[in-house]
Design a protein around this ligand. Structure first.
Ligand code: SAM
Length: 259
């Protein structure tokens, strides 16, 4: 089983797979809502935990925000560092613990990073580190798939196969294949086949599907106040978007989430 404790999955950590990650993720409509939240909360210093290939971090830097971005997958960071705006980002090869000390205004975990933390100890330790990396009054925004929607039931070759022409590697096929469901733990393979030379690379992943109640309880236990649980606009009803606040003073001029 691949877990946060044993290092990031091959799909993020293998250089050949990391080079085609963006091509398979498409135009990233999911990130617009998070960029809007940075404006809504008048953040000037963003923290991006599990930044992957840096699509969000570099887009925030191009808007002129200060950005700190961390990921344990070095191959993904290498891709990120080649993007426009990357020179303005502080890149950290590691986890939330490795960004400290910091006083960010707003932390993000986009694209269901929260689901890679399989044990309660890993998840709580990530939440505690993010809390410590926020200024008093700062916020954490993260998403996690709603287990009641049973997204894994669609993770078959027939339903997920796509063929993409990638800039880095030419045409490549990719599909997901469910392996097992064990309570909240869902294990699946992501298979990539490079048509250029026929190489096939399988990446095994396990994700944890926590309930909304369990997420809220753990976030509160880590010292945050859950302000809201929103819908992801591009995936209505499928994911929880948590907005949690580190108690404390707001900076001058900051607008409250409920204003
Ligand atoms: C689904 S990707 C999301 C990447 C990025 N946030 C995005 O929106 O494209 C999950 C990311 O979590 C990272 N990750 C795995 N374990 C982690 C940990 N313990 N702490 C922080 N990030 C981790 C992986 O390396 C991977 O880049």
């Amino acid at each position: 089983m691949t877990s946060a404790a044993s290092g990031p999955d091959a799909i993020f950590a293998d250089a050949r797979l990391a080079a085609v990650y963006d091509a398979f993720e498409g135009d990233r409509d999911d990130l617009a809502a998070y960029a809007a939240m940075a404006e809504e909360f008048r953040a000037s210093h963003i923290l991006d935990i599990g930044c992957g290939t840096g699509a969000f971090a570099t887009s925030m830097a191009r808007r002129g925000l200060r950005v700190t971005a961390a990921d344990p997958a070095e191959a993904s960071l290498t891709v990120a560092q080649g993007k426009p705006g990357a020179a303005a980002v502080r890149w950290v090869h590691g986890t939330a613990q490795d960004v400290l000390p910091l006083q960010a205004d707003l932390a993000f975990m986009t694209a269901n990073v929260a689901q890679v933390f399989l044990t309660d100890a890993e998840w709580m330790s990530c939440l505690h580190a993010i809390r410590a990396a926020l200024r008093p009054g700062g916020r954490l925004v993260f998403e996690s798939r709603d287990p009641r929607r049973r997204a894994w039931e669609d993770w078959t070759r027939a339903r997920t196969h796509r063929l993409v022409r990638t800039a880095a590697e030419g045409e490549a096929d990719r599909w997901e294949q469910l392996r097992s469901v064990d309570g909240e733990f869902v294990t699946f393979e992501t298979v990539t086949v490079f048509r250029r030379d026929g190489e096939r690379i399988d990446s095994s992943s396990t994700l944890r599907f926590r309930s909304r109640e369990a997420l809220a309880e753990t976030v509160e236990r880590a010292g945050f106040t859950v302000e809201e649980v929103r819908d992801a606009p591009d995936r209505p009803g499928r994911e929880f978007v948590f907005v949690a606040r580190r108690p404390g003073e707001s900076s001058p001029g900051e607008r409250n989430a409920h204003d």
